[in-house]
Ligand binder design. Structure first.
Ligand SMILES: *[C@@H]1O[C@H](CO)[C@@H](O)[C@H](O)[C@H]1NC(C)=O
Ligand SMILES: *[C@@H]1O[C@H](CO)[C@@H](O)[C@H](O)[C@H]1NC(C)=O
Ligand SMILES: *[C@@H]1O[C@H](CO)[C@@H](O)[C@H](O)[C@H]1NC(C)=O
Ligand SMILES: *[C@@H]1O[C@H](CO)[C@@H](O)[C@H](O)[C@H]1NC(C)=O
Ligand SMILES: *[C@@H]1O[C@H](CO)[C@@H](O)[C@H](O)[C@H]1NC(C)=O
Ligand SMILES: *[C@@H]1O[C@H](CO)[C@@H](O)[C@H](O)[C@H]1NC(C)=O
Ligand SMILES: *[C@@H]1O[C@H](CO)[C@@H](O)[C@H](O)[C@H]1NC(C)=O
Ligand SMILES: *[C@@H]1O[C@H](CO)[C@@H](O)[C@H](O)[C@H]1NC(C)=O
Ligand SMILES: *[C@@H]1O[C@H](CO)[C@@H](O)[C@H](O)[C@H]1NC(C)=O
Length: 825
């Protein structure tokens, strides 16, 4: 139900009062009123006009909706604030003086338009949804005595203009409905600001929420994704007569609308008949850098960074204490005052930005960039300049004459901004390269300390473990071949050390793929051409023979397309090696958490990977001959073959459950923080549901492209689970989706996966589904999936949690046996 509800913001309300309608053509003549039970249909059949009632309301309004779409979607309302409240119904008519009139049955006028000077006025619903008043005989399709396009409500349709007509003073803006049952103007409004360099602002009453940035000739500076889809034509007119934005659709069979919805989100939806409704194509505000001036004056916001705010070069936080606590709203101040008189100031280039707020800018379209720079240097209030038009060599000049606010950084779009700095700060910036040296040093220090803590903890663990054997039956604690695999021959080729050495070019450094916790991993090629990955356990390895056998026997017995396949092993003298099939595409984390690589993971691939991991786990948990708990499922343990099929790897910590055991208590907690279920991390209790938890984390990581640690929502410090949960509650789940996916994903499927992910990370193990149910859920409609409750995060702290670092924790596996093999390719 949640999902249906979630999608309902796209869908217009259901209409409680909806009579069978009679059709009255497309034209309204005087003395021929439109009754409550009648509609006008535009000549092409795309739109209808008539009375409707919003959901949960008995009020009657005149509105326009799509006639070609089964879900009634209101695109315009005439009498937003003046409904007919009587049940007797009313009518719409056009007076002989050209005034449109909505009146009740006893002739009380609730809404009307001004009279026109026409002699034979008629009202007509055109096929672009424009409801116009015109001279009956007129064929002029551009000029009307009155048109609904001049009075938009919350929806901008193709061909409509948003903005200001400077000759008539008409200001066309979009104002959200108050609620789904009340179309009267709410607080949220999207309007053109013509001060400085014009841009569109989203308002909440008198507060600015978000801005598009100025138009750069191709798109708004703050909506760089605009040009990735060629199906729309966007236009921006800025001349003496008007400053307007509008769009058109290349293929007229595509249905699209831009709406300010009741929650204050500007969203573009497209109609996908096959997929059951309106699909969100784009929306804003989208991420934590979108709210206006998140990082204050002279601060730059980068949603891919943590923290998201940083000061521009030559600037330092104004309120360092707040800044430390991730509140960047006070912004930054200059390190060195400008020295305008002496003329020693210069500029630094900030690349790939959404240009700062242009409300106070001075714009000169005739200047080029050099002239712009000279002009800025001359004017002591000029703080920065930039080109106004990008592409074609660029042209025009924007000069900022006040603080630079609301700057955000993009990874692969945006334009150059030239910020004025005192000579001293320019020199400092250059000598420090990026100017981030102190931060880099701190980061390195933190990492080193972390590493030491991890190593220390790990040694301590081992020592402790030697003394007390705790916990459940693990393979390493059993006599494997006799108890569990009795009678089974290990049909696993034993390789000669010489052959392995030959295959890996005598363990050449050139063939080294990476270094796991217990020794290096090499790439090799067998005599028959088969590529292999050889995990060579260091002679000093702490992985004992038992653990080695554990992994060998386990993996050898496991045969599933979503588990990595062991090709053989090699035990000779002190040498112990595991030989796996070679995975061309490395591990999932190398794709997921890398800005460039993640673009290669489209939604289909991600979904395929989620399904594959789920199937692999079902096999481990119930379909194989033993109940196996992996205990260290994470992105780096999911390898990808050349068709991007996921393969679960690294069974160094897996446990086999004997007989009817379903849950085991151990004090030897192994695994990777961030993926560990609360009951396991806290109490050492693990069951198949601990793997389900790790799976849930992984699903959310795959969707978001972010690690469980290191995601920060706007003001509070949240991990991925908390972030996903809060978006879910706010019904903004699609904001979780990795930006590199753009808008090309089926919202339904994504929502389904998010739901499954959240269900899998529930606090209580019994609230998490079994992996077999997860597979069923993935195959079904999301409405059939129960709603998740608050996941298990943050309510209890895992022991030894190292809060300060976010990015490196993942690789610090707190266990003696985590061999992250095949990594680093
Ligand atoms: C408004 O749009 C956003 C984003 O598309 C969505 O999350 C929200 O639920 C919508 N609100 C309503 C009331 O439809
Ligand atoms: C519309 O309502 C009027 C008056 O209530 C009635 O006479 C007429 O038959 C209705 N038309 C249709 C098509 O229901
Ligand atoms: C129309 O009817 C309503 C309710 O029936 C009544 O309150 C109102 O006064 C009437 N208006 C006129 C002009 O008769
Ligand atoms: C136009 O005609 C309508 C109906 O006859 C009348 O109520 C209205 O006052 C007229 N408007 C003007 C400006 O004369
Ligand atoms: C939106 O348009 C209305 C009508 O022109 C105007 O009164 C209002 O101030 C505008 N809102 C904004 C935020 O510009
Ligand atoms: C427009 O889109 C429809 C449906 O997607 C398609 O059948 C048609 O060929 C397209 N027309 C053009 C001119 O591309
Ligand atoms: C201009 O430069 C001179 C010499 O470098 C310096 O003494 C003076 O303070 C500067 N003027 C200002 C306003 O900074
Ligand atoms: C524009 O200038 C006014 C007056 O100096 C100031 O209050 C306002 O904050 C400035 N706006 C921006 C976006 O810098
Ligand atoms: C700076 O430029 C702006 C806009 O062109 C102008 O209004 C202002 O007077 C100039 N200030 C100085 C000190 O030249």
């Amino acid at each position: 139900m949640k999902t249906i509800h979630h999608r309902s913001f796209l869908l217009p309300s259901l209409f409680t009062l909806f009579f069978s309608l009679s059709i009255a053509g497309d034209t309204l003549n005087p003395n021929q009123p439109l009754a409550d039970n009648e509609t006008l249909i535009s000549s092409g059949g795309r739109f209808a006009l008539g009375f409707f009632s919003p959901s949960n309301s008995r009020n009657r309004y005149i509105g326009i909706w799509y006639d070609e779409i089964p879900i009634q979607t209101i695109v315009w309302v005439a009498n937003r604030e003046n409904p007919i409240t009587e049940s007797t119904g009313g009518s719409l008519s056009i007076a002989t003086n050209g005034s449109l009139i909505i009146s009740t049955e006893n002739s009380t006028v609730v809404w009307s338009t001004a009279a026109t000077g026409l002699s034979n006025p008629v009202a007509q619903l055109l096929d672009d949804a424009n409801f116009v008043v015109k001279e009956e005989s007129s064929t002029d399709s551009n000029s009307f005595a009155w048109q609904s396009f001049d009075h938009p409500t919350d929806t901008l349709l193709p061909g409509m203009k948003l903005g200001v007509d400077l000759t008539s003073g008409l200001n066309r803006n979009l104002t959200a409905w108050k609620s789904s049952s009340d179309p009267s103007p709410g607080e949220y409004c999207n309007a053109m600001d013509i001060d400085g360099d014009p841009e569109l602002f989203l308002w909440d009453g008198t507060r600015k929420l978000w801005r598009t940035g100025p138009w750069n000739g191709q798109h708004f500076s703050g909506i760089p994704g605009t040009t990735t889809y060629q199906g729309f034509i966007f236009s921006f007119v800025n001349n003496k007569e008007e400053v307007t934005y509008s769009y058109d659709i290349v293929n007229q069979s595509l249905v699209s609308r831009l709406v300010v919805n009741e929650s204050g989100v500007l969203q573009r939806s497209v109609w996908l008949a096959g997929n059951g409704g309106w699909n969100i194509f784009w929306f804003a505000p989208m991420d934590q850098c979108d709210p206006l001036s998140t990082c204050g004056p002279y601060g730059a916001c980068d949603p891919n960074n943590s923290p998201i705010c940083e000061c521009l070069q030559g600037f330092t936080p104004k309120s360092p204490a707040n800044w430390e606590l991730r509140d960047g709203s006070d912004g930054c101040v200059r390190k060195t005052k400008l020295d305008c008189k002496n003329g020693t100031d210069g500029f630094v280039t900030v690349s790939r930005v959404k240009l700062p707020d242009t409300s106070n800018c001075s714009v000169d379209m005739s200047m080029n960039l050099d002239e712009c720079k000279a002009m800025c240097l001359k004017n002591c209030s000029c703080t920065a300049y930039a080109g106004a038009i990008i592409g074609g060599g660029g042209s025009g000049c924007i000069m900022w004459l006040s603080e630079l606010t609301d700057i955000r950084l993009y990874t692969d779009s945006g334009q150059d901004l030239y910020v004025r700095l005192a000579a001293a700060d320019i020199a400092a910036a250059q000598s420090h390269g990026s100017g981030h040296a102190p931060i880099a040093i701190i980061v390195v220090l933190v990492l080193v300390v972390l590493l030491l803590v991890c190593v220390g903890f790990f040694l301590w663990r081992r020592k402790k473990r030697r003394r007390v054997m705790l916990g459940a039956t693990s393979l390493s604690d059993q006599n494997i071949s006799e108890e569990h695999f009795e009678g089974d021959d290990l049909e696993l080729p034993l390789f000669e050390l010489g052959n392995v050495a030959a295959a890996t070019d005598n363990f050449s450094i050139l063939n080294k793929l990476g270094e796991g916790g217990f020794g290096p991993v090499y790439k090799g090629k067998l005599g028959d051409g088969q590529e292999i990955a050889v995990k060579r356990l260091a002679k000093t390895s702490v992985q004992g023979l038992d653990e080695f056998k554990n992994e060998v026997v386990l993996i050898a017995k496991l045969q599933h397309r979503n588990l990595v396949r062991l090709v053989g092993c090699c035990i000779q003298g002190e040498e112990r090696m595991l030989i796996y099939e070679y995975m061309v595409n490395k591990s999932l984390d190398a794709f997921l958490f890398d800005k460039e690589q993640s673009a290669l993971l489209n939604w289909q691939t991600r979904y395929h990977i989620i399904e594959g991991i789920a199937r692999g786990l079902v096999y481990l948990h119930q379909d194989s001959r033993f109940r196996i708990i992996h205990r260290d499922l994470k992105a780096s343990n999911v390898l990808l073959d050349k068709e991007m099929n996921p393969k679960i790897s690294d069974f160094g910590m897996a446990r086999i459950f004997g007989g009817d055991e379903t849950e085991v208590n151990t004090r030897r907690v192994v695994g990777t923080y961030g993926y560990m279920s609360p009951e396991y991390a806290m109490d050492g209790v693990f069951s198949v549901k601990s793997d389900v938890f790790s799976f849930g984390v992984l699903v959310l990581e795959i969707i978001s492209g972010k690690k469980n640690r290191g995601v920060y929502a706007h003001s509070s410090h949240l991990n991925l689970l908390a972030h996903a949960w809060s978006l879910w509650n706010e019904e903004k789940s699609l904001q979780l989706v990795d930006e590199s996916l753009g808008y090309s994903f089926p919202a339904n499927e994504v929502i389904k996966c998010i739901k499954v992910g959240l269900l899998s990370v529930q606090e209580r193990p019994e609230d998490r589904p079994l992996m077999s149910s997860v597979v069923l859920m993935l195959g079904s409609d999301s409405a059939a999936i129960p709603n998740p409750r608050q996941p298990g995060f943050g309510t209890r702290r895992v022991p030894l949690e190292v809060e300060s670092s976010s990015s490196k924790q993942d690789s610090c596996t707190l266990n003696s046996m985590s061999v992250t093999m095949l990594q680093g390719r």
